[in-house]
Design a protein around this ligand. Structure first.
Ligand code: SF4
Ligand code: SF4
Length: 337
């Protein structure tokens, strides 16, 4: 399932793994899964849902469908950890580059998740390198363990987020090797952040608690100001999540920044090869087309004097590829005369 999302810091959510064993009281994902799980006892008796009994986790090869082909439930095992194998190749089927929040309905890096599941998700992401992947965990120690084992991908389109809510919570620090971000949501206290508090994280997302929970905590303006001031010390981008609760505290002028690599087409229109004067299209066979970019190699300074045509892969038929020189703000070329 790839879902266009209302979450304002990503374009899509993708849930090859669902379920979580953390016990956050404010958990929206658990409420959603439990509401739309159908008859879990009946589902668990189906052959399709394979139980790994010692670990209490499930693998689902095919979705649960009604006779008319519609989906019975997205969460046949409720909120129990489940690998949905049939969802793994969905990101590769989506050709338009997007910022994808991986496993919004799980903690993919929870202690209970087998490393094999994590590496299968990483492999699926690597098979579609034109997207940005945003991971988020409450267990940043697992990132460290995977990094130490040489398993944590170093691809620049992988962003490793830590979810924190209060002062002093551990987080995965950014470095030249790994892009890291923080999701402070819901903000449940004054972080009293100062120099060095946010290390090398590149992006800080702040959200107020939403919903109708009885003990819901309303953030104070000075807590948010403290985060913004501290982020400025290390030039980290800050995004205040849009919600009625946040607007009540902060007003309507919400700060919504993205790191440059994650800026989305809506904010920076992408060049279109189809309309570009540097794009040459050749018909191959009866229906096939190949496209080449006349100036493609000059996107790389090492090839600046090589103006050799470069193949434009088919999945970029409409928008330009990631290496397109016109995507750079200081590009000397104009797409049209
Ligand atoms: S970590 Fe996320 S998914 Fe897991 S219980 Fe907490 S809020 Fe829910
Ligand atoms: S890659 Fe960029 S420069 Fe090349 S044809 Fe496409 S839009 Fe034009």
């Amino acid at each position: 399932m790839m879902k266009k999302t209302k979450i304002d810091w990503c374009d899509f959510t993708w849930n090859p793994v669902t379920g979580c064993r953390h016990t956050c009281e404010y958990c929206y994902a658990r409420r959603l899964a439990q509401r739309f799980c159908g008859d879990v006892r009946l589902n668990k008796s189906s052959d399709r849902l394979q139980l790994d009994a010692p670990r209490g986790i499930y693998t689902l090869k095919e979705p649960f469908l009604n006779e008319d082909g519609t989906l019975t439930t997205h969460y046949p095992a409720g909120f129990e950890p489940t690998l949905h194998e049939y969802r793994l190749d969905m990101v590769a089927q989506k050709k338009k580059p997007a910022n994808i929040f991986v496993c919004s309905m799980a903690d993919l890096f929870g202690e209970w998740v087998p490393t094999e599941w994590i590496t299968r998700v990483f492999d699926a992401c690597k098979a579609a390198p034109w997207h940005n992947y945003l991971f988020l965990t409450k267990n940043p120690q697992r990132y460290c363990e995977l990094a130490n084992a040489g398993i944590l991908p170093k691809e620049k389109n992988f962003w490793y987020g830590t979810s924190v809510t209060t002062k002093g919570a551990p987080f995965f620090n950014g470095s030249v090797t790994y892009n890291a971000f923080l999701s402070i949501e819901p903000l449940h206290g004054h972080l009293e952040a100062g120099i060095g508090s946010f290390g090398g994280v590149r992006w800080i997302i702040v959200g107020a608690e939403t919903g109708n929970r009885r003990d819901k905590i309303k953030p104070q303006r000075e807590w948010i100001e403290n985060i913004i001031e501290t982020a400025a010390l290390t030039h980290a981008a800050v995004l205040l999540k849009d919600s009625a609760e946040m607007r009540e505290v902060w007003g309507d002028d919400l700060r919504q920044e993205f790191p440059p690599e994650l800026q989305r087409p809506a904010e920076r229109p992408l060049p279109r090869c189809e309309k570009c004067r540097f794009c040459e299209t050749k018909i191959q066979g009866k229906r096939g087309k190949t496209r080449t970019c006349e100036i493609g190699w000059s996107a790389d300074p090492a090839y600046d004097d090589r103006h050799e045509p470069r193949h434009i892969p088919a999945h970029y038929a409409k928008q330009s590829p990631l290496w397109c020189p016109l995507r750079k703000e200081d590009c000397p070329y104009e797409a049209e005369d």
